[in-house]
Write a protein that binds this ligand. Structure first.
Ligand code: NI
Length: 131
């Protein structure tokens, strides 16, 4: 098994500016200020607290990939992102063990253009695999 390391927790928010301020009140520090992801039509920023990295994600338009999820979940965490030492092997192992890819590996502008792919499991929910 390729070793998976938690990279961040993805957290949906309606208003990213105000959410960022609230997370700062909780003691988080901004690691990377808001970046627009034009592929997914979302604003993204990263904050850190106690070694935990949280990714705030907010839809910029109604046809964003997360607009439907935001309606369903409101402001809430919705995925854990894993970084693999061997992403290709991890992808094969995950898809062979109950995880189904819901998109294809696509560059993430907020992560320096590294590829990410989202997968879901009927028993473990949504994850993100970082290449
Ligand atoms: Ni993420």
């Amino acid at each position: 098994m390729s070793t998976l390391k938690i990279h961040h927790i993805g957290y949906l928010v309606k208003k990213i500016g105000k959410a960022k301020q609230s997370f700062e009140t909780l003691g988080y520090q901004v690691e990377q200020d808001t970046v627009y992801d034009d592929i997914r039509k979302v604003d993204i920023c990263f904050l850190i607290k106690d070694g935990y990295r949280v990714e705030l994600i907010s839809p910029v338009s109604a046809d964003s990939v997360v607009s439907g999820l935001l309606k369903k979940y409101k402001n809430a965490p919705y995925h854990i992102c894993y970084e693999a030492d061997d992403p290709e092997a991890a992808y094969l192992e995950l898809t062979g063990n109950g995880f189904a890819a819901i998109d294809t590996p696509t560059p993430a502008p907020a992560l320096g253009g590294r590829n990410v792919v989202f997968l879901t499991s009927p028993v473990a929910g949504m994850i993100e695999l970082l290449y």
